[in-house]
Design a protein around this ligand. Structure first.
Ligand code: NAP
Length: 345
């Protein structure tokens, strides 16, 4: 058993609500002692954190699908850890678990949190820690249920996904291919586009930074767009709206192009295309699908195993690098699912 009195919990807390892109001053760095969990609780050592665009939204005040992180609170973050001390018969020391440890080295999970299901075991024989944060984790679940439940793809249809080389995008595009769709990605830069086509097997990928997006969409989607999985919002959503087919489904998953706006969010000017094409646009929140995650995990683990699906992660190391690493998402500097490794197993 670990001598807890020798351990220090390094934490990163929200110090201020950012205006635009977060800066170093929006964070504070604190330490806390590590203590024994209460009866029914467990103590988890954080191994890897999921860095997500949604974190930017959690830093804002106001109503959303989840409460904001309060000033002075440890920054919320999903992640994976290993059980260091267990006072709960459902968990053994050494179990790998997933949940929301926050940006800190040690995560005390109380009995009520355990009972609520805030922490669950993962099986590293099914996928690596990185895959459990990517295709088998929150982004993969988002891609799966957004595409399958809302998009309802049919073989032969054309699926377009933005943020194609990112965490959610890579799952959506590969799944759409597996379901027999023509699959077109949108990503920033030739390198990301080449990977999406050559490694993931998309039919095409449009580099939105390279030129005329509308013309490229017309060329790559000659029969129109049946499903658009939108990860970015803004101008790209507007451009795709001009190319949708009759009965199209648009999944509003996220709008990363708008998250750091200091003014109003840019809405889609071309929304009347929904009317003309009898199309619909629907938002999703991944947590709503939690009761069915196990089904998607089983299916995607099968694809990973038989090679029909690949996963790419972009791994930074060191809890103290959280502030600048998070910004990579908003600059398009991550290539694949962005993960912050904070400790080794
Ligand atoms: N609704 C839900 O439940 C749910 C759950 C998870 C994620 N999401 C959303 O899904 C989206 C993707 O998340 P992710 O975790 O998979 O992130 P990601 O795609 O791995 O990383 C973000 C990527 O967004 C692109 N990007 C950044 N700024 C952009 C801009 N101004 N215009 C166009 N693209 C931009 C960059 O790629 P390029 O280099 O290609 O520009 C960047 O690499 C986000 O909007 C996120 O909020 C929603």
């Amino acid at each position: 058993m670990e001598n807890l009195s020798t351990l220090v919990n390094h934490q990163i807390r929200l110090a201020a609500r950012p205006n635009g892109l977060p800066t170093r001053d929006d964070w504070s760095f604190t330490t806390a002692p590590v203590s024994e969990p209460e009866e029914g609780g467990i103590l988890v050592k954080t191994l890897s954190l999921s860095l997500d665009p949604a974190m930017r939204g959690w830093m804002n005040e106001g109503k959303s699908y989840i409460a904001p992180v309060e000033i002075g609170e440890v920054m919320r973050a999903g992640g994976i850890g290993v059980v260091l001390v267990s006072k709960n018969s459902s968990f053994n020391v050494g179990d790998h678990v997933t949940g929301a440890p926050g940006v800190q080295h040690y995560w005390p999970v109380g009995d009520k949190q355990v009972a609520r299901g805030d922490v669950s075991k993962i099986d590293l024989r099914v996928g690596t820690i990185e895959q459990w944060l990517n295709v088998l984790g929150m982004p993969g679940m988002t891609g799966y249920f957004g595409l399958m439940d809302v998009g309802q793809p049919k073989a032969g249809e054309t699926v377009v996904v933005s943020g194609a080389a990112g965490a959610v995008g890579q799952t959506v595009g590969q799944l759409a291919k597996i379901k027999g769709c023509r699959t077109v990605g949108i990503a920033g830069g030739a390198e990301k586009c080449a990977w999406v086509v050559n490694e993931l097997g998309f039919d095409a990928c449009i580099d939105y930074k390279a030129g005329d997006l509308k013309a490229a969409l017309k060329q790559q989607c000659p029969k129109g767009v049946d499903i658009y999985f939108d990860n970015v919002g803004g101008d790209i959503l507007d451009a795709v709206l001009t190319r949708i087919a009759r009965g199209a489904r648009i999944i509003i998953c996220g709008a990363i192009s708008q998250y750091n706006n200091t003014g109003a969010v840019k809405g889609p000017a071309n929304y009347l295309s929904l009317l003309v094409n009898r199309a619909r646009m629907e938002g999703i929140v991944v947590f709503d699908y939690a009761p069915r995650f196990h089904i998607a995990i089983a299916e995607m683990a099968g694809y990973l195993k038989d090679g029909r699906m690949k996963s790419r992660e972009d791994i930074a190391v060191g809890l103290e690098h959280f502030p600048e690493t998070l910004l990579r998402l908003f600059r398009g500097e991550n290539f694949g699912k962005l993960i912050l490794q904070v400790a080794k197993d």
